[in-house]
Design a protein around this ligand. Structure first.
Ligand code: BGC
Length: 459
């Protein structure tokens, strides 16, 4: 069991970044809507998250991303912190409505200039910028026209990607087209728990279809415009295990596995949606009228971003529409879990890495996010978070094992540099290596941040 990687009577293995070799990419990540703030300043248009947060009962504590970590104004100091912890890569996202306030059409020069400054500062500090094009903050103006459910999305997204590639492609070579398409289509257009809060198959299926197309199209645009680009896209994934050995539970696990782990990577690799294995997905045929879509959903990504936060255990439940499966929560299974109630299971992370690395067509894997939320507190000027240190140690060991066994994993980016706006969970869920006091914007490096610094420097 990797959670206890060394028997009590042997000395713990000294884990340092050097075990991964000199070229391994160590990074940290944040996202525009979760960190920037300045939500309606400097010409920025509203995003679907700005609007969603204003709706009652949508976000815990009625929190809003209006100021967040004020990264827009504090980015220089925050980059210095990332640098001081020893990271080599800085992954961030561009806010689409900051540079195109109406989503398409008019360009906001101030927004364009902000990302130039941010990129220049990264380069000055020797941090390699990894730019995510879409981390969930769709311009609200486009949502009015249907957002991800609209067939016009491909046109809107192409315009946005072209602008980013032309503006920043001379300095940024590493790109991530979408962040977790399964997450934003399902939470936002099926379950209504995330912005824009839509529900039902009539929203979800077209959103899936359009996201799969936009993702590949984004890759093609970057390839055409950015010389020497290194292009990826990031998928969420979760090992799905049946609660019992019963055929019903096993079938339920299989259905959920198709959604959580196969729905987006398979069209990306050119295999189309995994619809033979899940009758419901045949409905995607409605939007997928001819072979040409399967072809257009494929793109030869240089790397695949993997983001694995928890495994899932499911049992058959005929009352749940579509998947007929319900989750057996980690807390009820009495397994170690994070403050989000997500199971901590580094072995499962190991298996996920092995599985994705075995897909034909996956050339390189970067763990583009990994991390955990715990109930952190600042006491006497310090934040002690031993659980997060254990978490990273176990997960990094699991990754090392997968890599040593041949999985082509070339980087790991810690989620996240600092506590930030955790979507529907608001500001209470803290994932950062740095603690943020949201009243004063004071940053305090957590013990896990110092642990990472020592791990990276080999001390
Ligand atoms: C998302 C992040 C989010 C993190 C923790 C990932 O799914 O990309 O934006 O904060 O998980 O929930």
């Amino acid at each position: 069991m990797i959670n206890h990687p060394h028997p009590p009577d042997t000395p713990p293995q000294r884990l340092t970044a050097s075990l991964f070799g000199p070229d391994f990419l160590w990074g940290t990540v944040l996202a525009a809507a979760q960190n920037e703030g300045a939500w309606n300043s400097y010409g920025k248009g509203a995003s679907i998250w700005d609007n969603f947060a204003r709706r009652q009962g949508k976000i815990k504590g009625a929190d809003k991303p209006t100021v967040a970590c004020d990264f827009y104004h504090r980015y220089k100091d925050d980059l210095l912190l990332a640098k001081a912890l020893g990271f080599k890569v800085f992954r961030f996202s561009i806010s689409w409505p900051r540079i195109l306030p109406e989503g398409t059409g008019r360009v906001n020069k101030e927004g364009i200039a902000f990302y130039h400054r941010l990129i220049d500062e990264c380069l000055k500090l020797g941090l390699v910028p990894y730019v995510t094009l879409y981390h969930w903050d769709l311009p609200a103006a486009l949502e009015k026209e249907g957002g991800w459910t609209s067939h016009l999305m491909i046109r809107w997204f192409s315009r946005y990607v072209t602008l980013c590639a032309e503006e920043y492609g001379g300095k940024v070579k590493d790109w991530i087209v979408l962040n977790e398409p399964f997450g934003f289509t399902t939470l936002g257009y099926m379950l209504g728990r995330h912005a824009p809060g839509k529900t039902g198959l009539s929203n979800w299926l077209p959103a899936i279809h359009n996201a799969a197309l936009a993702q590949a199209e984004g890759g093609r645009i970057l390839r055409k415009i950015v010389a020497g680009a290194h292009i990826g896209t990031s998928f969420s994934c979760s090992e799905v295990m049946p609660h019992t050995d019963s055929p019903e539970d096993q079938q339920a696990a299989k259905r959920l596995d198709i959604l959580l782990n196969r729905l987006f990577i398979e069209p990306t690799l050119g295999n189309g949606f995994p619809r033979e294995d899940f009758r419901l997905l045949e409905k995607l045929e409605l939007h997928n009228k001819s072979w040409k879509y399967t072809e257009r959903m494929q793109f030869d990504f240089d790397f695949i971003g993997i983001q694995n936060y928890f495994p899932v255990v499911v049992r058959y439940n005929p009352l749940i529409p579509i998947v007929q499966a319900s989750e057996v929560k980690a807390r009820n299974r009495k397994v170690p879990c994070t403050a989000m109630g997500w199971e901590i299971n580094a072995d499962s992370f190991y298996r996920i890495l092995k599985r994705f690395s075995l897909y034909e067509g996956v050339k390189e894997i970067i763990v583009t996010e990994g991390g955990a939320a715990f109930k952190d507190e600042r006491v006497n000027g310090a934040v002690s978070d031993p659980q997060r240190i254990d978490y990273f140690r176990d997960y990094l060991l699991a990754m090392l094992r997968a890599r040593d066994e041949g999985a082509n994993i070339t980087g790991y980016f810690a989620w996240t540099l600092m506590d930030n706006f955790e979507w529907a969970e608001g500001y209470k869920a803290r994932f950062g290596l740095i603690y943020v006091d949201f009243k004063t914007q004071l940053r305090t490096i957590k013990d896990s941040g110092y642990w990472f610094r020592d791990f990276l420097s080999g001390h």
